[in-house]
Design a binder for this molecule. Structure first.
Ligand code: NAI
Length: 255
């Protein structure tokens, strides 16, 4: 099942676009007609992906960007603007996880998870919003949160806190930036199968986790396409400050 959206005329930037959901979402936006800046630290990987999209006839560039470094964020957005125009769709996808129990969680890990998943998303959103306001254009910011922003599991204390913070940040930015025509929403995916976790979900522990999802399956990256295109496009013109949960019912699993 696919949903079509016309994003022609929009300039999108996706952080953490070198792998996983970020790469998939960058391709989805480009194939819907947006000019796309793939932003990540691993320049060789995103350059190859941007080339592949251009070979399909899409507009795509690769920009180096580390979301934890304000200067890199400024430079990345400036490069995207120079190549494609002012970014009007930002997907704050870059994120890191951890598997430490709270008692053993090192402060440095706690800080780096928060710095990437929460502060990083804020820095990129702030820089993108400033550029939109300067260019007198509105836009759509999509933050990639998680169902762990709403409920918890073991060994995810910093991650869950960062994603809960991102949900609240989405609301706060939506409130402040509505007057500029900038919408800020979030996606909260459940467990989505990617190269990184495929092996885990094939294990007994992984299968037990899937059994707790009401739809009895993992999410596929394509399951995010419809909600992403909705939030990125003008079809959601009257939506801001909201988080769309895409989880096969995991959050409403029986207690
Ligand atoms: P991933 O590890 O493949 O992708 C994360 C990307 O962020 C990587 O490309 C990584 O290089 C990048 N990144 C990390 N730190 C960065 C930094 N400082 N600057 C720029 N880029 C940085 O993992 P995945 O699964 O694709 O995750 C993408 C997003 O989706 C994350 O925010 C994650 O928390 C979220 N998510 C993933 C779910 C899943 O089941 N895969 C479920 C719910 C949320």
């Amino acid at each position: 099942m696919s949903l079509s959206a016309d994003l022609s005329g929009k300039v999108a930037l996706v952080t953490g676009a070198s792998s996983g959901l970020g790469l998939h979402m960058a391709r989805t936006l480009a194939r819907a007609g947006a000019a796309v800046a793939l932003a990540a630290r691993r320049l060789e990987r995103i350059e190859a992906e941007a080339r592949a999209l251009r070979a399909e006839g899409r507009r795509a560039v690769a920009v180096p960007l580390d979301v934890t470094d304000p200067r890199s964020v400024e430079e990345g957005l400036a490069r995207a603007r120079a190549a494609l125009g002012t970014v009007t769709v930002l997907v704050n996808n870059a994120g890191i996880a951890h598997t430490d129990r709270a008692l053993e969680l090192p402060p440095a890990t706690f800080r780096s998870v928060l710095a990437t998943n929460l502060e990083g998303a804020f820095l990129v959103a702030q820089a993108a919003a400033r550029a939109m306001i300067e260019a007198k254009v509105g836009g759509s910011i999509v933050n990639v949160a998680s169902i762990l922003g709403f409920r918890v599991a073991g060994r995810v204390a910093a991650y869950a806190a960062s994603k809960a913070g991102l949900v609240r940040l989405t609301e706060a930015l939506a409130l402040e930036w509505a007057r500029f025509g900038i919408r800020v929403n979030a996606l909260a995916p459940g467990y989505i199968e990617t190269d990184l976790n495929r092996e885990f979900f094939a294990s007994e522990a992984g299968k037990a986790m899937i059994a707790r999802v009401p739809q009895r399956r993992l999410g596929r990256m394509e399951d995010l396409d419809g909600p992403l295109l909705l939030l990125a496009s003008d079809a959601s013109a009257y939506m801001t400050g909201t988080t769309i949960v895409v989880d096969g019912g995991h959050l409403v699993s029986s207690l």
